[in-house]
Design a protein around this ligand. Structure first.
Ligand code: XIL
Length: 358
């Protein structure tokens, strides 16, 4: 290669590299670690798309700091357990509404969006359903009654629903569940149809885990969503649970979010948490793992920012502060607020991900 060409290529490479760097990050004194700029927000409520948390009515009632963190920082709530079938359904046409009502009223009072989690799931099925006996039509009827009673009660108050949860296995096959056994694979499209009839304005999701690691599940999920949409089944979004941990590469998280958006559906990172102690070696969180955790929070927030605006349903974290996470007994510290409701580095990771400047 001629020397002049070589220089031109070197110049181009340097320019491109510097250009790319100046767009993404400044560099700190040791010139190796990127220092990302943070969006200048008072609270997460000002994020460029909704940020939410899974909450429990009992903690909202008993813990003022928890409640204040939700009302100050969050734009959306999901019931961690309160809207699951075994929490609401006590028998055929018999319901326990207190907890779900509390969440919905709390959200209305505090101008929060409610994401309903979850109508149909292979877990948390009430025992009367497991022991129900009837024809295929009878099974369709009891599913329809349940879905329409719940969605209908909260029509106009619950913005979106996980209609079906965890319906595909890691290998891409349909997960076994009582509804699949009794109704067949059409239970999926029927569930969406019934929910849509009860609240035509609700945004309806298929929610699942493992998009960040299972190619087979991803492929099947896109295929399923596509065929539902082609058959005019009212599916509007894909929920990616994203229970992850610091050993996961940021690119896996970014890819899951970006690729889900290619379906054209709305994308909800619906149960986000980043475990720092998956191998249970730590007795306390330390700076090294806290910074690794921060980086994954940044990547998720940025990936959501980078998909088209009308597809960003937002990021919901699975809990409010570390002790309210389902992972905390492990022990773990998976969320952006610590036990004293102080902001952890993960919170700054979110702010970095929201940064929209050059
Ligand atoms: C979990 C809750 O966090 C726990 O409190 C409960 O004991 C079990 O369920 N995927 C889901 C959530 O869709 O509903 C689960 O929530 C976590 C995994």
């Amino acid at each position: 290669m001629k020397k002049t060409n070589m220089h031109a290529i070197l110049f181009l490479l340097c320019t491109l590299t510097l250009g790319a760097c100046s767009k993404q990050a400044n560099y700190d004194y040791d010139n190796s670690k990127p220092v990302y700029q943070k969006a200048d927000l008072q609270t997460l409520r000002q994020a460029p798309y909704p940020i939410g948390a899974a909450v429990t009515p009992s903690t909202l009632k008993s813990n003022a700091n928890y409640r204040n963190t939700v009302t100050t920082e969050m734009s959306s709530i999901s019931g961690e357990n309160a809207m699951k079938m075994n929490a609401i359904s006590r028998g055929r046409k018999s319901y326990f509404w207190d907890d779900a009502d509390y969440l919905v009223n709390f959200a209305v009072e505090n101008k929060l969006r409610v994401h309903g989690h979850t109508l149909i799931w292979y877990k948390h099925t009430p025992s009367w359903v497991s022991s129900f006996s009837g024809t295929k039509e009878d099974w369709k009827t009891i599913m329809k009654e349940y879905i329409q009673d719940v969605v209908g009660r909260y029509k106009g108050k619950v913005a979106s629903w996980d209609v079906v949860n965890e319906i595909i296995n890691d290998d891409g096959s349909l997960r076994d569940c009582i509804w699949l056994q009794k109704i067949g694979p059409e239970y999926i499209s029927l569930a969406f149809q019934y929910a849509h009839e009860a609240d035509p304005a609700a945004i309806l999701f298929y929610n699942d885990y493992g998009h960040e690691y299972s190619h087979a599940r991803r492929k099947k999920a896109y295929h399923l969503a596509d065929s539902l949409a082609k058959n005019n089944v009212p599916i509007h979004g894909l929920g990616l649970q994203m229970h992850t941990n610091i050993s996961r590469a940021g690119n896996d998280i970014r890819y899951a979010i970006t690729a889900a958006a290619v379906t054209g559906l709305k994308v909800h990172v619906s149960e986000f948490d980043v475990a720092v102690n998956a191998d249970k070696k730590l007795t306390a969180i330390n700076e090294t793992v806290a910074l690794q955790q921060k980086e994954l929070y940044r990547v998720a927030a940025k990936a959501m920012l980078d998909i088209p605006e009308n597809q960003r349903w937002g990021i919901t974290m699975w809990g409010v502060h570390d002790p309210s996470s389902w992972l905390s007994p492990n022990p773990d510290w998976a969320l952006p607020f610590n036990a004293s409701f102080e902001k952890k580095p993960a919170y700054d990771g979110l702010l970095q991900g929201f940064y929209q400047g050059k």
